[in-house]
Design a protein around this ligand. Structure first.
Ligand SMILES: [Zn+2]
Ligand SMILES: [Zn+2]
Length: 109
């Protein structure tokens, strides 16, 4: 039962949901940024669930979470705050999706 680094199907689905939210700062098309892992116990199973969407500039640009982390967090909130926001938004989308799936009689996972 070696831990795989490769994302599972569910993880990939989650990652694409995260990216589809758009940049947390400017709403432009985003990539996912893996935040520094924090203690689990928040219902998250792996690092792939500790990701936030950021556009290229806010991810790795001159003023980005990678290049100016302190200033970036002071301005927009900490990685962990952004993670909470991300998960909340996905939860909301998921609730809406579940509603439709129930109506279709589908039961995934
Ligand atoms: Zn951005
Ligand atoms: Zn990153």
């Amino acid at each position: 039962m070696a831990k795989k680094k490769v994302a599972t199907r569910l993880e990939r689905e989650h990652l694409s949901k995260v990216a589809s939210l758009g940049c947390l700062v400017c709403q432009r098309p985003a990539n996912v940024h893996h935040i520094r892992p924090i203690g689990l116990g928040m219902g998250m199973r792996s690092g792939h669930y500790q990701t936030i969407p950021l556009c290229r500039d806010h991810h790795q640009g001159q003023f980005s979470i990678h290049n100016c982390k302190k200033e970036f967090e002071a301005m927009y909130g900490t990685e962990h705050e952004m993670l909470q926001k991300t998960l909340k938004e996905i939860e909301n989308i998921e609730e809406a999706n579940n509603f439709f799936n129930y109506n279709k009689g589908e039961n995934n996972d």
